[in-house]
Design a protein around this ligand. Structure first.
Ligand code: NI
Length: 137
């Protein structure tokens, strides 16, 4: 497809704030920052429209909570078509970290993450996902 250059008109104060608060320290230049923002917006839209996303659900939970590990496993089996893999780490005497790789329609993957994160005994959880393709070119 190649790279296309295009001009952007912007209020100088807005551009100054963008440079100070977004570009500096994080991006090599404005172009890289703008590309990242555009990709972020496309990913957000992919989520909303049910396009396929890939990502990981990370959960920290108390393994002493009765029935929790069985519930976590049941839910992953129920959504087996969207669960690619999982990794379990015994963090310490009480807590476990579970990292679950997921792929599927954005709304479906979000629902699974919300259900898992909402279980009693899950202390913290986060879904990190991105669009499966088409927005990285
Ligand atoms: Ni464990």
């Amino acid at each position: 497809m190649g790279t296309v250059r295009f001009g952007v008109s912007m209020d100088s104060a807005l551009l100054a704030r963008f440079d100070q608060q977004v570009v500096q320290g994080r991006y090599a230049n404005r172009s890289e920052a703008i590309r990242d923002l555009v990709r972020g917006e496309l990913v957000r839209r992919a989520w909303q429209s049910g396009e396929v996303v890939v990502g990981v659900i990370a959960l920290v939970y108390d393994h002493h909570v009765r029935g929790l590990e069985a519930r976590l496993t049941d839910l992953q089996h129920r959504e087996h078509a969207h669960v690619l893999s999982s990794m379990h780490v015994h963090l310490d005497h009480d807590y476990c970290l579970e990292v679950i790789a997921v792929k599927g329609p954005g709304d479906r993957v979000s629902d699974l993450a919300a259900t898992l994160i909402g279980l009693r005994g899950v202390r913290h959880g986060r879904l990190t996902a991105t669009a499966a393709g088409g927005v990285f070119g």
